[in-house]
Design a protein around this ligand. Structure first.
Ligand SMILES: Nc1ncnc2c1ncn2[C@@H]1O[C@H](COP(=O)(O)OP(=O)(O)OP(=O)(O)O)[C@@H](O)[C@H]1O
Length: 231
């Protein structure tokens, strides 16, 4: 952890209520740069809602959220968009890869439409994730684990302060899950705070700390003695 930096995220009493009811009741959470944290909890406990709040996709009904020291509640919509684009990388459950682009183009698309400007950075990152040989492959021809790693690369290529991932290893075999976790770990080693939602206790065990959501409320984080491998 870099003690000179402010926490990547401080959420206090963060809550969101959907119109029909349900959502997130109360989450307290602090994420330091370089830390990898898991959010666990039963189905419907508010994990994806928490991720959407931290990703500035949803605005909280109450509570406060600071991202790298900035009070997000004080921002205009345009400022929130800018903070999200500059500082946050998100891997959603459906990945959202563009099927008409190849692997490196999907990664470069994180910067906007001028893909070739970011070709070198995108290819280098795919290389770091063990995917150099697949950089030119259409994403429609890749496996679930390979697509998952491309989505992580796209979230990480702008070197965001915060990387959020919703069940990034769901449906993957242990070895592929390990490689996706390795990709997320390398984001943390480069200084990002990484928060992932998971139902998998081995994945949560590979993180530095674990939060549990229970009926919309977060419990205090537990520190992990990190396991080296999920396999
Ligand atoms: N778009 C929505 N409109 C209305 N209610 C919603 C919406 N999304 C989620 N909810 C409700 O909010 C609560 C929390 O949902 P959320 O998806 O955050 O839970 P989760 O812990 O991620 O669940 P899962 O593990 O099944 O993905 C649930 O009661 C759910 O029904």
């Amino acid at each position: 952890m870099n003690t000179a930096s402010p926490p990547a995220v401080v959420a206090e009493g963060l809550a969101f209520r959907y119109a029909p009811g349900g959502g997130l009741t109360h989450a307290d959470l602090t994420l330091d740069p370089g830390t990898m944290a898991a959010v666990e909890g039963p189905s419907g406990s508010g994990k994806s809602t928490l991720l959407a709040l931290l990703g500035l996709i949803l605005s909280p009904t109450s509570g406060s959220l600071h991202v790298t020291g900035t009070d997000t509640g004080a921002l205009t919509p345009a400022e929130r968009d800018l903070l999200r684009r500059r500082s946050i990388g998100i891997v959603l459950q459906d990945l959202g890869l563009l099927p008409f682009l190849n692997a490196w183009e999907n990664v470069a698309a994180a910067f906007g439409p001028r893909l070739t400007r970011h070709r070198t950075a995108a290819r280098a990152l795919l290389g770091d994730l063990g995917m150099a040989e697949l950089a030119d492959s259409p994403v429609t021809e890749l496996s679930g684990g390979q697509r998952q790693r491309i989505a992580v690369a796209r979230a990480a290529v702008k070197q965001p302060v915060l990387v959020l991932a919703d069940e990034p290893t769901s449906g993957l075999d242990p070895r592929t899950a390990d490689s996706v976790m390795g990709a997320l770990r390398s984001c943390a080693e480069q200084g990002a705070a990484v928060l992932l939602v998971t139902h998998d206790t081995a994945v949560a065990g590979a993180c530095d700390e674990r939060y549990t959501l229970d009926a919309g409320r977060s419990t205090a984080p537990r520190k992990n003695v990190r396991e080296e491998s999920l396999g």
